[in-house]
Design a binder for this molecule. Structure first.
Ligand SMILES: O=P(O)(O)OC[C@H]1O[C@@H](O)[C@H](O)[C@@H](O)[C@@H]1O
Length: 315
């Protein structure tokens, strides 16, 4: 009889193997995280840290050297792989939003990614720990999306930034182009989303689809000014945005979400009381780097590269 290893034994083995191949003392280590799931911890020598779960390659924490957390994980997050981790930076791929072929926001946040490299010294005077994950098509993904693909996701903890690079390749030998939409769905902690001091700047004049009004109403309208929260659900897809959007978090600081490369759009989402009546919605705002308004189309062997840099700025 074939003995199926317990989930915890499998996770232990994944952690051991990842440490053997990719740990870097003081910079990159793999541990048991919530629910026993494998998590990679990055530590900068300035005291900053980040955590990335192999499940969904989901960044769940980015702490400043002061210990202040920048990201937000919802209290209803579950850690048993029965659904995506609700919070941090889930990856939406190969579909953003609902789709007839697959689960909301695609399958990338619902599957285990594989660690493929780590590094800590692109700059030896100021080591920047990083870890890279990969995901390829398999029987499960092909049931929903019958194409080949190779995706990588690299998280780098820089002195003052969290850098995220997401690449998708249409592999050699493919016979046709692939197309997809995608986003990194960044949950950022705020003091009180209901306060007028909590706002997103940098989107004025940009056209957006207001998904809170009518998801079938695809006529974009121009954004009048800063985006604020507190009156109800905010769910907006801003098209062809400038590289930087600034979320004022209410502490006198802002988080800059800089779409350095690849991304074309910015999604701003705060669920208000559609999430729960406990007031969780007041504790975060999502500012998402996205490629939605035009699908990305990749010919065989071509690579699409997208990069986001998050940075905390004193106002
Ligand atoms: O609950 P999920 O699947 O993580 O999605 C949350 C939200 O994600 C946002 O990106 C979408 O614009 C919203 O429409 C959606 O409700």
């Amino acid at each position: 009889m074939r003995v199926v290893p317990r989930a915890s034994a499998l996770n232990e083995r994944i952690i051991q193997d990842a440490n053997a191949a990719f740990s870097i003392p003081g910079s990159v280590v793999f541990e048991e995280g919530k629910g026993g799931l494998p998590v990679c911890k990055l530590t900068h020598k300035n005291g900053g840290t980040a955590e990335v779960y192999l499940f969904g390659a989901c960044v769940t924490s980015w702490c400043q050297p002061s210990g202040d957390e920048v990201l937000f994980v919802r209290p209803d997050a579950v850690w048993d792989k029965s659904k995506p981790i609700s919070g941090g930076i889930p990856i939406c791929f190969p579909r953003f939003g609902p789709s007839p072929e697959m689960q909301q926001h695609g399958f990338a946040r619902n599957v285990d990614w594989v660690v493929c490299s780590s590094s800590a010294d692109p700059n030896p005077d100021d080591p920047e720990p990083s870890v890279m994950f990969k995901l390829k098509d398999n029987d499960y993904t092909r049931e929903m999306w019958d194409v080949g693909f190779e995706a990588t996701y690299e998280v780098t903890l820089r002195r003052d930034k969290l850098k995220i690079e997401f690449c998708v390749r249409n592999p050699p030998g493919a016979e046709k182009p692939i197309d997809f939409t995608a986003a990194v769905h960044t949950y950022i902690e705020v003091v009180d989303a209901a306060s007028p001091e909590c706002l997103v700047r940098g989107l004025k004049g940009k056209r957006y689809i207001d998904k809170a009004i009518d998801t079938d109403n695809l006529a974009p309208e121009p954004c009048a000014g800063d985006v604020t929260f507190g009156t109800g659900l905010i769910d907006r897809v801003f098209q062809e945005t400038e590289p930087e959007a600034l979320l004022h978090v209410g502490t006198g600081a802002a988080v800059s979400v800089e779409n350095t490369r690849g991304w074309t759009d910015t999604v701003v989402w705060n669920p208000h009381e559609t999430l729960d009546k406990e007031g969780t919605w007041k504790k975060f705002v999502c500012v998402e780097s996205a490629a939605i308004s035009s699908k990305v189309t990749l010919d065989p062997e071509k690579v699409w590269r997208a990069e986001t840099n998050l940075c905390v700025i004193d106002l």
